[in-house]
Write a protein that binds this ligand. Structure first.
Ligand SMILES: NC(=O)c1ccc[n+]([C@@H]2O[C@H](COP(=O)([O-])OP(=O)(O)OC[C@H]3O[C@@H](n4cnc5c(N)ncnc54)[C@H](O)[C@@H]3O)[C@@H](O)[C@H]2O)c1
Ligand SMILES: [Zn+2]
Length: 349
């Protein structure tokens, strides 16, 4: 098992390894004292893993379970308030605990509820998707969506502990696993040549623990410098400007977030190469690695529509966008570009 310290305002640890669900109760009891806990999960994860987690707590604790329908549409106001009512009904107090068992949807909603209920109660994350293990469970961002857009209401709120059990990843849909790998490739690109090279080797259980731990370390380093996302944390958005445009163009249906990020990384590097910012061979290298991990790499948003889909056409021509460019692996910079310049950049100029 790997232990990764996260040095935010309130520090905590992320544990990564196999068979952690079986030890969840003991590991949690070690870092938080509580009487009651509510496990928040979804209807796809519950039949797979809930029993294991429940069995890991000793009898002295009173554990309740709140189940969401799986999928992004649950990250909403009505499910949040259904959870608040449930917490009141069960009489949860500030010395009790919330536990998120699931992917990023469960983690974001549960974390947001934990940060608001009684002005904040302790919570623990048990992320069960690759994306949630390497990204959403670390860094303390919580949120729900509004009809007007994703993640529009949220808080910064750190968990007491994060348990990443890599055994849970065996049951993921292939597209969800591949989507998580896109974020892994993103970390390798912005920070770590050795990780990039490792991603060319066959995945074993031990290698997966190492890869996930390394991604969390990279995110932890960035978050430690910029907990509230006012500067450096932006490098984590590599591939995301165009990735978000691809998701939006496809009405959030055809590609998972990670798949769109893979397309976004390859496209931005191809454009950067065309503008002489990095060698074309670098874009090719990233494209080949994405393909190796069964990720799409072709951006099918028509070039003339890309600028508009990036959501910039409604803003003043004088406005500036900050995009993440890489000269090579590990050399990421935040590059400010006037919108007019970015429009040309997207056309390959
Ligand atoms: N807070 C942050 O910093 C941050 C960062 C990135 C993404 N996010 C958020 O994360 C969410 C996406 O996360 P996600 O991709 O984990 O989505 P998700 O939670 O919807 O999970 C994807 C699907 O996998 C299922 N699932 C989860 N674990 C499983 C397992 N072990 N085996 C089989 N199926 C399993 C879920 O039920 C769901 O159907 C988005 O809402 C996004 O906004 C947050
Ligand atoms: Zn992402």
């Amino acid at each position: 098992m790997q232990r990764i310290p996260i040095s935010t305002g309130a520090p905590y640890e992320v544990l990564v390894g196999q068979q952690l669900l079986e030890q969840a109760g003991t590991l949690i009891e070690h870092v938080v004292s509580f009487q009651k806990a509510v496990i928040v999960t979804d209807d796809k994860v519950a039949p797979l893993y809930l029993e294991k987690v429940l069995a890991s707590f000793s009898d002295q604790y009173h554990i309740e379970v709140f189940v969401l329908p799986n999928g992004e549409s649950s990250k909403c106001e009505s499910e949040l308030f259904r959870l608040f009512s449930f917490l009141c009904e069960k009489g949860l107090t500030r010395t009790d605990l919330l536990i998120a068992l699931g992917g990023g949807v469960v983690g974001d909603l549960c974390g947001f509820a934990a940060s608001c209920y009684l002005r904040g109660i302790p919570f623990v994350q048990i992320p069960t998707t690759l994306l949630a293990q390497v990204d959403s469970s670390v860094g303390g961002k919580t949120a729900i969506d509004l009809p007007q857009g994703k993640n529009l209401v949220g808080t910064f709120y750190q968990p007491k502990l994060v348990l990443c059990d890599t055994d849970t990843l065996n049951t993921l849909e292939p597209a969800d696993f591949a989507g998580g790998m896109a974020e892994v490739i993103k970390y390798a690109c912005i920070a770590d040549r050795a990780l990039f090279d490792t991603l060319h080797e066959p995945l074993s259980d031990e290698r997966l623990v190492h890869i996930i731990s390394r991604c969390i370390e990279i995110k932890a380093q960035v978050v430690a410098v910029d907990e509230h996302d006012t500067g450096l944390r932006m490098v984590l958005n590599f591939g995301h400007t165009i990735g978000h445009a691809v998701e939006k163009y496809h009405h959030y249906t055809d590609y998972t977030h990670g798949e769109a990020v893979a397309i976004g990384m390859v496209k931005i590097l191809t454009l950067a190469a065309a503008a002489g910012y990095c060698p074309a061979s670098f874009a090719d290298e990233v494209e080949a690695l994405c393909k190796l991990h069964h990720l799409p790499t072709v951006c099918d948003v028509p070039e003339e529509e890309l600028f508009a889909v990036c959501g910039l056409d409604k803003k003043n021509a004088g406005d500036t966008i900050r995009i993440i460019l890489l000269k090579t692996i590990g050399e990421a910079s935040i590059v400010p570009m006037k919108h007019d310049r970015f429009r040309d950049f997207l056309k390959g100029n």
